[in-house]
Ligand binder design. Sequence first.
Ligand code: PLP
Length: 385
Amino acid sequence: MSGEGALSVFARAKELESQGRSIIHLELGEPDFHPGRSVIESAAKALAEGRDRYCAVAGLPALREEIAAYLRRTRNISVSAGNIVVAPGCKAALFFAMLALLEVGDEVLYPNPGFPGYPSITLGLGAVPVPFELSSRNHFQPDPSEIAAKITRRTRMIITNSPANPTGTVCADSIQRALAELAVKHDLWVLSDEIYARIIYGGEYASMVSYPGMAERTLIIDGFSKSFAMTGWRLGYTVAPPEVAAALAMVAVNSYTCVAEFTQYAAIDALRDREANTPRMVAEFFRRRQQFVRELNRVPGFLCEAPEGAFYAWVDIRGTGASAEEICRILLEEAGVAAIPGAAFGRAGKDFVRFSFASSVENLREAAARILKASIAWQATSVGR
Ligand code: PLP
């Protein structure tokens, strides 16, 4: 398995901070919001009531019912509590779903650039990661004909991620339909990572499960880290056909047993979202996206399309003449802005830098000013070449 670029940049940024340097953190995919007051109160109340015991392996029935109602309301899909298994974070949900479904030697098609866990977990399980490219030529949409050409007898799974980390692309309906047709034709599992489904800047969200023939072959991965700003609570879930849900519960029995009981009561409250925290947070991300993308496009050599979802600016740096690694080094070490070289998300990301805009407007404005000032350094480098 391999590590995550975001976490290593974060570690170096923290080191510089401990030496007294001012660092603007745009490396981690972490909302700068916290869950609403009622969510915290629900956790506190549950703890005070002694809800700190071992509990239902697949997740509290009340939480699984609430997740089913939430998915119906926000994604127009019809699933029941029996399809849902709660896990300690989306990453764990991904890991256990792949553990449950993959055999050694199975091939897994995954987006490149994409979340680094996809190929890493695949390799860790003895399966074979097969990348499909998200290219700027296609506005970072998957190309179904490339995927079709890469399907072999050993292909077992396609991983999709819409909106995508790091590109922010929302997968087009026609592309999702074509991917669904491929999955049905070749009898493949689709692991649909929908962790950013609520963070979109227009339009309705369509889940992979809603296409013909997909209910019996789709696993949705979602959770509370991004949509409810609950990264450290470690709460995620998988929506799966009943026999896969049963297998995931068996994996849970043999690994984490259950997710902390009191956090699940808080999760029920988060899903009801009576204070409308999620729409408010997304509206704020929308404003930041407008401002930050505009400012990034003023930096010589930077080119950034406004993302359709998630909270990342994915900047094409080919025009700078410098490498993404060199730019990120200058930004962190000299300008105090932490960002991630695109190769951390796969080879196809090598000419890009990812900035998270889940940071305050003031921070983003200051970061943009620092980046503009620092750009003199790589302009000098490229002239020197
Ligand atoms: N999937 C994607 C696409 C992500 O970007 C992340 C986190 O950055 C995860 C999964 C993991 O989420 P969690 O924090 O719930 O484990």
